[in-house]
Design a protein around this ligand. Structure first.
Ligand code: IVH
Length: 676
């Protein structure tokens, strides 16, 4: 046991260190593959020794049991807010107010400042006792916040233990409260929305609200699936370390392993601070996160103390707010495009306009209901808002500027590409072209099939998808693997080399793991994330195709909508034909053959319970499962991954599995999972 405990602790230390290298320093020292191995080992050891699981284990970053409500937390030191400045004059006024209050013998020339980006997320306070993360709270009203510890544990770059780096020259203080902002980077936000769009889900409005909503989930496993990140900007209090300035506080947080914004700056004078803010605002569009301003803080803690607080904002700090990124422009036309599921989405063609350094020409209008609600009309002058690099939004029309002859927008009744009548599902805002032969849909499906999220075929892309569909080379997604070399060579601009490269890319994609094949099928609501869940759970495409809705829904993260969509897709003969063509082309149909899990045994980490009479003796079945890295236990619990069912299955195991929603498989399916 001691050996196991030591190994577990060692693994946790290493994993935490690699998480820090990856998420905080952006400088990993091992490959994802090696990391996954360490993580899998820790997960296995903890599964075998549940009594050794501790809340600071990195495996807990996947979320804990849902809560019925958040506990309230009274902040030992209130979390104040900030006064705002809207231009440089406001800043100079602030300086004058400070000057009047300086202690005797101190002149304003001696006052130093720290400038920090003001990230648009939400403030949290993280408490560490003897280096262990014990509590995380939201700001709430500044006096009382909510205990969101379980959720904050899932944020990848929040250290669960400090110092994170075993070679750090600093040791953990007895008690420290680090404050900072939880946010979602623009890249992660866009990726999140891309995945939402892909799986037909609702788009998130902006990173800030999404971060706030994610952090206030009672079920932390939902938080774990959102790309939250943290930047520390303040030490609420600390026992066991002497820190005299804000600049030192930032360095200390960094040394302990907290992510600290690299764009912080120390300024000798207010003018220097302002110059920095202006330069930095110029680069606003390039920032990887959404910032709504900059915070200027008096550096010296004694001086901060002396200046004190007025109302609920300190006198020693001020927020310089960026002007809102809203502009007006002309809505030239409302157009539509056909997606791969046949969904028709409207978009706005705008008179090109510059917002925060980026020229915007067109932008999504989400859905027809939204257009009706805002009463957007072609020819309107509209307010367009853009925050950071996030997709610009048409906020509203300016009614005073509306042309007198304008008419309300009429949504289409027929597909703009194939002319088929559109379908308006009763319980959705989405509108569909349900003609499976619609060429626009096929192009999109092929485009998605070859895209980076799916089969990732280099050099294919939308242009070729359009061309090959138009030329009649492609009638379904599987035809990507049945292209005729000679026919391609006959096309204009298709030289030997180009065709060779394309075929090389197509050939290479055959080695893509099964979850990508599943993603690439383009089943509604099954994006990359759900595909991974299904692949993990079933191990084989055929097992997914054979699963009924109930079995699918038993998977955490799969609801009735997804389950219905999956069973519907696989039930269609035309889809079955596509699958057989893909299989014949040599694509990966089972998960264990993927490059990602190569070297790992097919049943690694899976627990089985056997019931009923199998075609082989039990002992033999057990040997097969264990040989493939799985485990066999005597009774069904929440940890059981599969109930292996033979003839005349025993009542109690069967009912228990039924109750827990444990997937059932037969001997044949097991053999497929093992795959030899
Ligand atoms: S300092 C007195 N620093 O802005 C200290 N706040 O309106 C109060 N914020 O609730 C906070 N970046 O959510 C500080 N570098 C930064 C910040 C920052 C973002 C947010 C924070 C706070 C709000 C104040």
């Amino acid at each position: 046991m001691d050996d196991v405990q030591a190994r577990i602790e060692q693994l946790r230390k290493e994993i935490n260190y690699h998480l820090y290298r990856y998420h905080t320093l952006d400088d990993p020292v091992i490959s994802d593959y090696e990391y996954d191995r360490l993580f899998a080992e820790l997960k296995r050891l903890e599964a075998e020794h549940p009594d050794l699981i501790t809340p600071d284990s990195p495996t807990r970053r996947v979320g804990a049991e849902p809560l019925s409500d958040f506990e309230k937390v009274t902040h030992p030191v209130p979390m104040t807010s900030l006064a705002n400045a809207f231009d440089d004059d406001d800043m100079r006024d602030w300086l004058k107010r400070i000057e009047k209050l300086l202690p005797e013998g101190t002149t304003i020339a001696e006052v130093e400042f720290v400038v920090e980006p003001k990230i648009d997320g939400l403030a949290v306070a993280l408490t560490y006792e003897n280096g262990v993360f014990v509590q995380g709270a939201t700001r709430g009203n500044g006096i009382v916040g909510e205990n969101v510890t379980a959720n904050l544990r899932t944020v990848r770059n929040i250290p669960l233990r400090i110092p994170v780096d075993p070679h750090a020259e600093i040791s953990a203080p007895a008690r420290i409260e680090v404050r900072g902002e939880v946010y979602i980077s623009i890249k992660d936000f866009e990726e999140l929305n891309r995945r939402q769009a892909e799986s037909g889900g609702k788009l998130y409005a902006n990173p800030r609200n999404t971060a706030a909503g994610s952090l206030r989930q009672l079920d932390s496993s939902i938080t774990a699936r959102r790309p939250l990140a943290f930047f520390g900007y303040q030490i609420g209090y600390v026992a066991g370390l002497e820190i005299r300035t804000q600049w030192e506080a930032l360095q200390t947080m960094r040394a302990l392993g907290f992510p600290v914004n690299p764009d912080v700056h120390r300024a000798r004078t207010l003018d220097e601070a302002l110059t920095f803010i202006h330069q930095w605002m110029e680069r606003r569009a390039e920032l990887p996160y959404e910032a709504d301003g900059a915070v200027v803080k008096v550096n010296d803690f004694d001086l901060q103390q002396h200046l004190g607080i007025v109302g609920n904002a300190p006198r020693w700090a001020i927020a310089w707010k960026f002007p809102a990124q809203e502009v007006t422009t002309k809505l030239l036309a409302i157009k539509t495009k056909v997606g791969r599921t046949g969904q028709i989405t409207p978009y706005a063609e705008l008179e090109p306009v510059n917002i925060g350094g980026v020229t915007v020409r067109n932008t999504s209008l989400h859905n027809f209901e939204d257009i009706a609600r805002k009463d957007l009309r072609e020819g309107d002058t509209v307010v367009v808002k853009r925050a950071g690099d996030v997709i610009p939004q048409v906020v509203k029309p300016i009614l005073d500027l509306r042309p007198p002859d304008s008419r309300p927008y009429q949504p289409p009744t027929h597909c703009p590409v194939c002319g088929a009548p559109l379908f308006f599902p009763a319980d959705e805002v989405a509108v569909f072209c349900v003609n499976t032969a619609c060429p626009a849909q096929l192009v999109r499906r092929v485009e998605y099939f070859v895209s980076r999220t799916a089969m990732d075929i280099e050099g294919f892309g939308i242009k070729n998808a359009e061309l090959f569909v138009r030329e009649g080379f492609i009638h379904d997604i599987a035809d990507v693997y049945y292209l005729d070399r000679e026919k391609l060579l006959a096309l204009e601009g298709f030289k030997e080399k180009k065709v060779d490269n394309l075929f090389e890319g197509i050939e290479a994609s055959k080695r893509q793991p099964m979850h990508r094949v599943l993603t690439a099928l383009g089943i509604r609501f099954v994006g990359a994330e759900v595909a991974k869940l299904l692949a993990d759970r079933f191990g084989a495409l055929d097992a997914i195709a054979a699963a009924d809705a109930e079995t699918l829904e038993a998977i955490d993260g799969v609801g009735p909508r997804i389950a219905a969509s999956v069973t519907d897709w696989f039930s269609r003969p035309e889809h079955r034909r596509i699958l057989e063509k893909l299989r014949a082309a040599g694509l990966q149909f089972s998960a264990e053959k993927t490059a990602e899990s190569a070297g790992e045994k097919p049943l690694a980490g899976l627990t089985f319970v056997i019931t009923g009479t199998l075609p082989v003796p039990r002992s033999e079945a057990k040997k097969r499962i264990e040989g493939a890295g799985g485990k066999v236990t005597g009774s069904v619990t929440g940890k059981t991954n599969y109930l292996l069912v033979g003839e005349n299955p025993g009542g109690s195991k069967f009912t228990k599995a039924e109750k827990l929603g444990t997937p059932r498989i037969g001997w044949d399916e097991l053999e497929k999972l093992i795959g030899d």
